[in-house]
Ligand binder design. Sequence first.
Ligand SMILES: Cc1cc2nc3c(=O)[nH]c(=O)nc-3n(C[C@H](O)[C@H](O)[C@H](O)COP(=O)(O)O)c2cc1C
Length: 179
Amino acid sequence: MENSVLHDLDPGSLRIDPMALFDKQWFLLTSGDFAAGRYNTMPVSWGSLGTVWNKPFVQVFCRPQRHTYRFMKTFPTFTLSAFRPACREALQLLGGKSGKDGNKIVESGLTPVAAQRVAAPTFAEAELVFECNKMHAQFLDPKGFQTPAIEANYPSQDYHCVFFGEILAVRGVSSYAAE
Ligand SMILES: Cc1cc2nc3c(=O)[nH]c(=O)nc-3n(C[C@H](O)[C@H](O)[C@H](O)COP(=O)(O)O)c2cc1C
């Protein structure tokens, strides 16, 4: 697959559509330690980008049965990586299998590579990468649901763990840089 030249980008001036990035393009959420060879990844389409505690941050939602959740719980950093449409099949494969059942990353054809500021890896084929330090993690409490319909997402009561990550670095192809 084609490699991309990524530039350091300012998180405060990106040319992105956060809703489309999550909902349409999807991210790979990757946690663990690349140097130690311990990491896992999965696609996520629920999340947000913004500001909290005066820091640029991302928020991702991870159900507890995901293999990736174990890494998110254990390791202090994670990355979010976005890809061009040519990698869509790889993302679908990574979202249809669990890392606990075999090496789905090898099967996907994507190439894990070291990130620049965090231990969690990203991928050589990524066109946009957020490198994050875990700031907060908490399971959703259904007592907080203000709209009863939300409960329909949880027939097995497997409420997401919501992770906040401080964005330590953003790298991307030049089209993601604000002019
Ligand atoms: C497009 C797409 C978006 C997804 N978004 C999420 C998400 O936001 N949160 C989540 O917990 N699972 C999400 N999933 C499901 C996981 O990616 C999927 O269960 C994956 O196989 C888990 O892999 P793992 O067990 O190796 O962690 C999504 C799957 C797809 C295909």
